[in-house]
Design a protein around this ligand. Structure first.
Ligand code: NIG
Ligand code: FE
Length: 401
């Protein structure tokens, strides 16, 4: 300590050893077995907010403090690269009607737009914070959040300000649908999204996204919107191929977007385009579950060499879950992903989809974001669907849930 009793600014941070880990999934094949780099009887040393060491318990270095995982397994914190949690209103009845036979239509978004515009800033922040905490308690330590239920310059900017209070992964989705007041002038809305609205939103966003789908924005409008955002320094991601075959996946690959999300209806050419690009195919099986659609062909994507991520798409319309464990269970049971592939996709895959190298794995140097599962092995995420599996969640080296 310095003479006045405070710690010197350059004091080495305290180190914490977590040992007694039954299985540690590092996602680093150099550290352990398979794609998830699994180490049995493992330990992890955290220094400050970062992983300093990971490996077998027998070789763990000493640390200032020790936590015993009691044989539980530890996986990287989930990286949920797709959510729409800034909204107001309720669409439970719409879900009920859908389960009674009505089809899912993008138009339901308008209901949420009206409620969101009518809500106060503090109501929006409060609701989004609750959903973030709900996700965090289930193991999500990085969460992307989109605008897209404001659809006016002021309401989109406000949504991004709220999102920016909760995450660094903010996405401008002014091009979610054409709002009712532009129904007769969709071109005018694209002008707004690429003009005044972009000016207001770009300072608050890292990403630009577009819903490239019949009933939302066609290929030409989507290309124009994404390029306008990229010209302003935003990085591109795309909603595509959700409700039917379409140009979204190919456009994402063409523009070098980080990710194309949904991918429920891909044609062989789309799979090839993704496999030969750096664009991640982000699959959102909770949406296909909640809209009674077929599931994406994850096997075709993985077998062709494309990078696959899993994300929640947490939103009030097409999928109101914040649980990546649930998405993993669906991916394993319904999409024939192996348990290891699904865990990797919900962690390292999400990080790729957000172009992040600091999260999604637990090798030395990574941010110390991890989930201690109430289970001896990560396979339990899919093996015990619907059961809360998180014993503890650590983010930046500290327990947060
Ligand atoms: O990702 N696809 C477009 N947007 C959301 C759905 C939003 C809604 O229904 O409110 C999605 O599924
Ligand atoms: Fe979405």
């Amino acid at each position: 300590p310095t003479p006045d009793g405070t710690a010197p600014a350059d004091a080495a941070p305290e180190t914490v050893l977590i040992d007694g880990i039954g299985v540690l999934a590092t996602n680093d094949p150099a550290l352990g077995e398979g794609a998830t780099g699994a180490v049995a009887d493992a330990a992890l040393v955290i220094e400050g907010g970062t992983v300093a060491w990971a490996g077998p318990s027998s070789r763990a270095p000493a640390a200032d403090a020790r936590v015993d995982a009691g044989g539980r397994c530890v996986v990287p914190g989930f990286v949920d690269s797709h959510s729409h949690i800034v909204f107001a209103g309720d669409r439970g009845k719409e879900f009920g009607a859908r389960m009674s036979g009505r089809p899912y239509e993008a138009g339901g978004i308008r209901t949420t737009v009206a409620a969101t515009r009518a809500a106060s800033d503090s109501e929006l922040l409060d609701k989004a914070t609750r959903l973030l905490n709900e996700a965090r308690a289930q193991g999500t330590t990085t969460l992307e959040i989109k605008s897209g239920y404001g659809l006016s310059t002021a309401d989109e900017e406000r949504a991004l300000r709220v999102a920016g209070r909760l995450t660094e992964e903010t996405t401008y989705l002014g091009a979610h649908i054409v709002p009712p007041e532009y129904a007769d002038d969709p071109q005018g809305y694209v002008d707004l999204v690429t003009g005044e609205m972009l000016d207001a939103c770009a300072p608050h966003a890292r990403w630009i996204d577009v819903f490239c789908e019949r009933g939302a924005f066609d290929e030409e409008a989507s290309r124009r919107i994404l390029k306008a955002g990229m010209d302003r320094g935003l990085l591109a991601r795309v909603h595509g191929n959700q409700l039917g075959p379409g140009p979204g996946a190919r456009l994402a690959a063409e523009l070098g977007a980080a990710s194309v999300d949904h991918c429920t209806y891909l044609e062989p050419g789309d799979v090839e385009a993704l496999a030969s690009s750096d664009t991640v195919a982000t699959l959102l099986p909770g949406v296909d579950f909640s809209t009674r659609q077929p599931y994406p062909d994850a096997r075709a994507l993985i077998d062709a060499g494309a990078t696959v991520a899993l994300a929640s798409d947490c939103n009030p319309g097409s999928c109101f879950t914040s649980s990546l464990a649930f998405c993993i269970a669906l991916a394993v049971r319904e999409m024939r992903m192996t348990p290891e592939e699904a865990l990797w996709a919900a962690t390292a895959g999400g990080a790729r989809a957000l172009r992040r190298t600091d999260v999604g794995h637990l090798a030395p140097g990574a941010r110390a974001d991890l989930v201690v599962l109430e289970a001896p092995d990560p396979v339990y995420l899919a093996y015990r669907p619907g059961v809360p599996m998180t014993a503890a969640v650590w983010r930046e080296g500290r327990p947060v849930a």
